[in-house]
Design a protein around this ligand. Structure first.
Ligand code: SF4
Length: 393
């Protein structure tokens, strides 16, 4: 009898990637999340919301960086009063973030906002929550039920002992049921924690029970660079499991870098590929060319290209040809020359000085050849080994 169960390998899927969790679609202004829609990237302003100039300036900087949904806090009446003006001056949907005071939620709903976020654990009980739901329903505005491990209802903490994943999910389900009883279904759910394990397990548990789209994130991740790594550690397992319809990377400080971090996580997990995937070796003593210079130049020249092409740039002939074969386009260097690969075949040899030009020519050729079949989907499901999935504008 064989020592290992080789049958398992034969049965295992050869093309990796799980399908996305099937969720309902929810429209947030011009952006639809859930279903097969692209996983939307969002952020939150750090300004005083009633400081309209500063808030609009920051939102425009976020928009410029690619942010697709933006949230502002509404803790005071003057913040609610500023919402109409802010909404008129920005190009992306506006979400209002409410904690503690349900009256602020009701006040925000008097303005042309695109979504409201409520933390049910601190909004003042079911009756107040119902009032907010009724008004959101009347106004046709969707709501995020934003459960947070740090502000879970006392009875659930007592029931489960501490704010653990099942307690968080029960909180979300409880408020979903209250909203549904009002005939309201424009719901998005988040189950955030600053503890990666708690957040990941809470979202996984939720995904087995309900189909409202999820906003995923690791809350209070802190300061970059650790906060980016921590967010990636929490978001990647969820995204790979197919969970998550909108994403936020929470970073201490300027929110603009959150956008790049979020898109990088979506790119690395292949849930939303927006640019060429550049594979470069870390270099070692075998390095035969100036790889850093080549990669820097290539990055510059690929900027803005919305192509799901995999390009491998490797510094020597040891692993180079093997790795380069796995990519759509690859190069393995040796003795000041570069061997250019297309789909595993060496197609030409060029001098080191000509490597970047040669790679860019191949990228242009790849684009031409593949233009007709570039998928406009966000899901990796069913796409082949070298076929990076999506291109979103
Ligand atoms: S590809 Fe070559 S140069 Fe790059 S790390 Fe591997 S062995 Fe070193």
């Amino acid at each position: 009898m064989a020592r290992f169960n080789y049958q398992l390998l034969e049965q295992a899927p050869r093309v990796p990637g799980k399908p996305r969790h099937k969720t309902r679609e929810v429209r947030i202004g011009s952006v639809v999340i859930g279903g097969n829609n692209p996983i939307a990237v969002q952020s939150m302003t750090t300004t005083d919301t009633h400081d309209v100039e500063a808030t609009v300036r920051q939102i425009r900087a976020l928009e410029e960086a690619g942010c697709e949904l933006v949230r502002v806090t509404v803790p005071k009446p003057e913040d609610a009063h500023a919402l109409t003006q802010i909404r008129q001056r920005i190009g992306i949907p506006l979400i209002c973030d409410i904690h503690f005071d349900y009256k602020m939620a009701l006040a925000a709903l008097d303005h042309p906002i695109d979504k409201i976020r409520i933390n049910p654990g601190n909004i003042g009980g079911p009756e107040r929550f119902r009032q907010v739901v009724r008004k959101a329903k009347d106004r046709g505005i969707p709501m995020r039920i934003g459960v947070n491990a740090g502000s879970l209802e006392r009875d659930l903490c007592e029931k489960y002992g501490f704010p653990c994943p099942p307690a968080m999910v029960e909180s979300a389900l409880r408020y979903i049921e209250l909203a549904e009883a009002e005939g309201y279904h424009d719901i998005v759910v988040s189950l955030k924690s600053s503890d990666v394990l708690v957040a990941v397990e809470a979202y996984r548990l939720y995904a087995q029970l309900a189909d409202y789209p999820t906003h995923i994130g690791i809350t209070e991740a802190g300061k970059p660079p650790y906060a980016v790594t921590k967010s990636a550690a929490g978001l990647a397992p969820l995204l790979l499991d197919g969970i998550g319809d909108t994403i936020r990377v929470s970073l201490l400080g300027d929110p603009v870098p959150e956008i790049q971090a979020a898109f990088d996580i979506l790119q690395a997990t292949q849930r939303r590929v927006r640019r060429p995937e550049l594979i470069a070796c870390p270099t070692c003593g075998r390095l035969a060319i100036d790889l850093e210079k080549i990669v820097a130049e290539l990055e510059k020249r690929l900027q803005g290209k919305r192509l799901p092409v995999k390009i491998s740039v490797l510094g020597c002939v040891v692993n180079g040809p093997g790795e380069a074969r796995e990519a759509d386009i690859g190069i393995a260097a040796g003795n000041g020359k570069g061997m250019i690969f297309r789909n595993g075949e060496i197609i030409r040899r060029v001098d080191e000085a000509d490597i970047v030009d040669a790679l860019m020519e191949e990228v242009a050729r790849w684009e031409e050849e593949n233009r007709h079949r570039l998928p406009r989907t966000t899901d990796v499901e069913g796409l082949g080994r070298r076929r990076l999935p999506v291109i979103n504008p």
